[in-house]
Design a protein around this ligand. Structure first.
Ligand code: EPZ
Length: 420
């Protein structure tokens, strides 16, 4: 089993190129099932999650050519529109093939994704909304089987909660439905806009992109096209929090002005973080030289609030500070798996329901720790970079799901980190 070993206590200094967004690439890859024409995708991050999605598409008769510069995909008629358990259990985002398969082939059999370390993660909203488009569902032997007579029907859909994945499944399904679909209370995470822009680039007709009301005019078919996936705001936020925890200065490149504004906004309550934007608005420099003094109160929320995907990393970064931090996790019911490991490194964290109280310490101590989920693993990386002495992180396959070349990127910023 591979591990990561860190010799902590170094300030960070250097430059990191931010990779394409995992949470944009995965729905966009699923959406290639909607068209029978050739599609060229750029800036797809080389992660185990993207490879899992590509394997799933191949099992559904997509022809895939991967090069360093781009991925070429051409989806063919699947023998069976089945997303099997052994593929879906590895990555719940596989569930995003449900909408495209129903839209294209009027049938889909997708394994229930099951829960994961951070929560039960039900799919009720996905099913409720697709039912309104004429889908009949049956749950059998751990699979969701969806059938629709002829084409999906355009519908007016008000989402009970702005679920990211459910918005994506409905949006993709609506592009080939008969008639118009209006999605109200849609999620507005930037990755949704990226998916909608991709769909329009291959012939879909979507209006209201970036707003909570999306209008989609169904088409008979979609065409081919080219698209470059947006940069990963969670990867960028993770490195900003590494600077907050370790101190120093890092330049983040390959960003865009919308993401830069979003990142500066979510960290606006931490006055010890200083930002500088490059003239061409693609690079963000983050500088931090002092420990945070003013008590911090952060609540995770749907976009544009503080992303739940940065909660664990913030907790690690604030473990060394001259203040108290209160973090409320409002999106997932069990996203504090990293707390016990951080406590083993000397962090002073107490949990009360969905709240975590972190009392800042002067230092952390390196230890042998274990990753439990993707973002928990990146919070342990940050804690290891901050701690005195050696930290060994086990089960780093969690990390490889969402961070491309993390060890190389941090090593180029003066961190003493290696993979064994
Ligand atoms: C996406 O997950 C992301 N994953 C998650 O990132 C992210 O944390 C999450 O959105 C919230 O921003 C991808 O994009 C691949 P949701 P998703 O549906 O779509 C409940 C990471 O670390 N819910 O918005 O699953 C659900 O249980 C991952 O990169 C229902 O109750 O998120 C959760 O409590 C982790 N019923 C909340 O909504 C449903 O039918 C948010 O879930 C669907 C969701």
């Amino acid at each position: 089993m591979e591990k990561i070993i860190i010799s902590g206590g170094k300030t960070l200094s250097g430059k990191i190129r931010i990779s394409g967004s995992k949470n944009s690439a995965l729905p966009i890859l699923a959406a290639t099932l909607l068209s029978k024409n050739k599609i060229i995708l750029k800036n797809i991050p080389n992660l185990s999650d993207s490879q899992s999605m590509l394997k799933l598409l191949e099992s559904l008769n997509s022809t895939i050519l991967q090069t360093k510069e781009f991925i070429k995909i051409k989806s063919g008629q699947p023998e069976s529109c089945v997303a099997s358990y052994n593929l879906v259990r590895k990555m719940r985002a596989s569930f995003l093939v449900l909408g495209p398969l129903l839209a294209r082939y009027s049938y889909a059999k997708v394994s229930l994704p099951g829960g994961c370390a951070i929560g039960a993660r039900p799919i009720n909203i996905h099913l409720e909304c697709l039912k309104k488009m004429g889908v009949n569902f049956e749950i059998k032997d751990g699979y969701v089987i969806g059938k629709v007579e002829g084409l999906l029907k355009g519908a007016e859909i008000k989402m009970p909660f702005s679920s990211v994945g459910a918005t994506e499944n409905i949006l993709m399904a609506a592009t080939l439905a008969n008639g118009q679909t209006v999605i109200k209370n849609a999620a507005i995470e930037p990755e949704i806009s990226d998916l909608a822009n991709f769909l329009n680039a291959i012939g879909a007709e979507i209006y209201g992109i970036g707003s909570r009301t999306l209008k989609i005019i169904g088409k008979k078919k979609l065409i081919g096209g080219k698209f470059s996936v947006m940069p990963d705001r969670i990867e960028a936020g993770t490195y900003i929090l590494a600077v907050l925890g370790c101190k120093g200065k890092i330049k983040l490149t390959n960003l865009n002005i919308d993401l830069i504004k979003h990142l500066i906004n979510i960290f606006s309550s931490i006055s010890e973080l200083h930002f500088k934007i490059s003239k061409d608005k693609t690079m963000l420099e983050v500088l931090c030289m002092k420990r945070v003094k003013k008590n911090l109160k952060i609540k995770t929320d749907i976009f544009p609030g503080f992303p739940t995907d940065l909660q664990a990393q913030l907790m690690a970064a604030m473990s060394i500070s001259d203040c108290k931090t209160k973090i409320e996790e409002t999106i997932f019911e069990n996203r504090f798996m990293h707390v016990q490991e951080l406590i083993r490194m000397g962090a002073d964290i107490s949990l009360k329901g969905s709240n975590a109280i972190i009392v800042g310490k002067k230092k952390l101590n390196g230890a042998e720790v274990m990753a439990t989920d993707l973002r928990a693993s990146s919070s342990l990386i940050i804690a290891g970079l901050m701690a005195d002495g050696l930290t060994t992180i086990n089960r780093i396959y969690h990390l490889d799901r969402g961070y491309e070349n993390l060890v190389e990127k941090l090593s180029s910023c003066c961190a003493e980190i290696k993979r064994i």
